[in-house]
Design a protein around this ligand. Sequence first.
Ligand SMILES: Nc1ncnc2c1ncn2[C@@H]1O[C@H](COP(=O)(O)OP(=O)(O)OP(=O)(O)O)[C@@H](O)[C@H]1O
Ligand SMILES: [Mg+2]
Length: 222
Amino acid sequence: MIRLSHVSRDFPRRGRALDDVTFSVEKGEFVFLTGHSGSGKSTTLRMLHMADRPTEGEVRVAGFSSKLTSDREIWKLRRRVGFVFQDFRLLPGRTARENVAFALEVTGTPRREIGPRTSRLLSQVGLSARTGALVEELSGGEQQRVSVARALANEPLVLLADEPTGNLDERSARGILELFRDLNASGMAVLMATHDLDLVRSISDVRTLELSGGRLVFDSGA
Ligand SMILES: Nc1ncnc2c1ncn2[C@@H]1O[C@H](COP(=O)(O)OP(=O)(O)OP(=O)(O)O)[C@@H](O)[C@H]1O
Ligand SMILES: [Mg+2]
């Protein structure tokens, strides 16, 4: 589902931010990507989303290769991969419902399907009661649920999340993690970057990868 082969990423003036990273995540796996600030977690996830490209090596995700997928084709990849950010990135001034419906509209979902599918997605993340609320009226945890519903809109095979609980209190953070676990139980691969080790340790049967200085230094599943 995800494979990084000898991936390095150099930035001008910064030097090597990722250094020869190799790992894979299989269908249906749940994996935490951990490491200190600056260790390369976000850079790794950006490669998987093809928002950035390796300087060396190859990234494959959901059948798309960083070597073969042009920038013009990235939208195809993004229909197979859901992405959740720390800062939610919802459309302001719009309702929960509009935010999710928009994701379905831009990928050409037939009009009559958008309403029912939006309702189903918001119910899946536990937000049926708040569908008409504006983004600004929602708590952080609720906003993150909207962004998860949006990420699920196109039934992705993989969910990538970069510090999805970073702006949430402990209780909301656990709620989001539980939601990810449920999604994973229904077959979706999940790769979640976090530096919240308490959250990581709260779950015993999950594979953990650790980056340090751009290198993969630990893989509990290897
Ligand atoms: N566009 C860029 N230009 C230059 N350097 C960059 C760029 N993006 C990331 N870096 C550098 O790459 C290194 C890894 O950054 P990255 O954001 O991947 O770390 P992180 O593990 O996600 O950290 P955090 O826990 O703080 O989010 C850092 O030293 C960062 O400054
Ligand atoms: Mg980061």
